[in-house]
Structures are given as C-alpha cells and as structure tokens.
Design a protein around this ligand. Structure first.
Ligand SMILES: N[C@@H](CCC(=O)N[C@@H](CS)C(=O)NCC(=O)O)C(=O)O
Length: 203
C-alpha cells in the first residue's frame, strides 16, 4: 500500500493506523503548493479531488476520504475495535466519532490553515472549535482512556490528529484538562511518535 500524505495533515491518522496494524506500506509526500508528489507525479492523477489522504492499494485502487480510508483499514485488518457482545453498537460508535471528527471538527479548523482567512473568520473558527472541545471535555470526563471502548481505534487516530492541530494554532488545550490529558496520552504511543518523526515533526 502507498499513503499519499502532507506532513502533519489529516493523513497522519491513516499513517498512525498503518503503523498500529503493522501494515506493509510506503509513504509518498504531496506538496500542497505545487500539487506534485515527491516522485514528481501530478497528485491530481492519483486523487482528482487533490487532497490527502489517498491510499493506493496493491490492486491499484485508490481510496480517499479519511473516514472511509480509516474504516477500510480497520475492517480489512482487524475488527474496527475488538469484538465483544455489543460489537455492532461499538462499531457504530466508532463511525459516529469518525463522522464527528471529519465533518464537525476537522472542517472547523480549515479557516485557521487558509492564508485567505480574515482575522474575524479565524476568531469565529476558534469559537466553533472551542464549543466542540467543550463537548469533548464532557465526554472524556468519565476518565475513559480511549474515545470508544477499551482499545485504541481509528476514531482515536483521527481525533488525536485533529485536536493536536491546536498545538500548532495557539489554542491552549489547558482549558480542557480531560482533552489535554487524552491528547498527551495518545501522543506518547510509539506509533504516533514514529509517524510524527517520519513526517518530519518529531522532536
Ligand atoms: N474530505 C476530505 C478532506 C481532506 C483534507 O481536508 N485534506 C487536506 C489536509 S488535512 C488537504 O489535503 N489539503 C490540501 C489541499 O486541499 O490542497 C477527507 O475527509 O479526507
């Protein structure tokens, strides 16, 4: 498999999961400015939508849309989380969190990354993100280690990557102690450390 990624972008969730699953994979960086990959390919020939993640399978199929790519990995390698008596409910909870992260949280960060955003748009984005973090804070108040069940899942990989952008965008997580601890805990996983280093973000 080959993962097309931009360092530190949402594609890092797929990267972390590939490592969690001990999958056989290669990385190919995409330059968002030139639209070319590190081997000189036109990225739009890989994903016409022009964004990462894109996961190229051995069959040549290319999967896109982070939540779908993560679900594919979870389903094809191991159950999305460990099977248990309420497997269907747990699986749906994972999908619920993937969708929340993708459509509510990830996209709320977009104005903070766009050069074209005004200060007002950025301030509005921080307000929106803060409201989502308030919700996350209440969810994590029960002391759970992972966002769903007792195991690290694709939902944690994606949620971690997106919430961790706060640390690059001057949103102090100190205001949300449960969330802050959750992010700190996930950031210590060997797969997360390795993914960050491989993407040139490690210390
Ligand atoms: N709907 C897509 C959005 C992916 C996305 O926003 N990717 C960003 C990085 S986090 C990207 O590739 N941006 C570069 C660009 O659009 O040129 C998904 O959920 O996977």
């Amino acid at each position: 498999m080959k993962l097309y990624y931009i360092p530190g972008a949402c594609s890092m969730a797929t990267h972390i999961m590939l490592r969690e699953l001990d999958a056989d994979f290669e990385l190919e960086a995409v330059d968002p400015v030139t639209g070319k990959t590190e081997t000189g390919r036109e990225f739009k020939n890989v994903n016409p939508k022009g964004y990462v993640p894109a996961l190229e399978l051995e069959t040549g199929d290319v999967l896109t849309e982070g939540a779908a790519v993560l679900s594919y990995l979870a389903d094809s390698a191991v159950p999305i989380i460990q099977p248990n008596e309420d497997g269907v409910l747990s699986r749906t909870r994972v999908l619920e969190w993937l969708t929340f992260t993708s459509s509510e949280l990830h996209k709320s960060f977009s104005p903070l990354f766009l050069m074209s955003s005004s200060d007002e748009q950025k301030a509005q984005a921080v307000q929106t993100i803060s409201a989502k973090f308030d919700y996350l804070e209440t969810q994590l108040a029960d002391g759970r280690e992972f966002i769903v069940g007792e195991f690290f899942s694709v939902a944690d990989a994606y949620l971690f990557v997106v919430v961790n952008w706060s640390n690059f965008k001057d949103i102090s997580l100190q205001q949300w102690p449960n969330l802050n601890q959750y992010v700190a805990r996930i950031s210590e996983r060997p797969t997360v450390v390795a993914a960050m280093q491989a993407e040139g973000l490690g210390s």
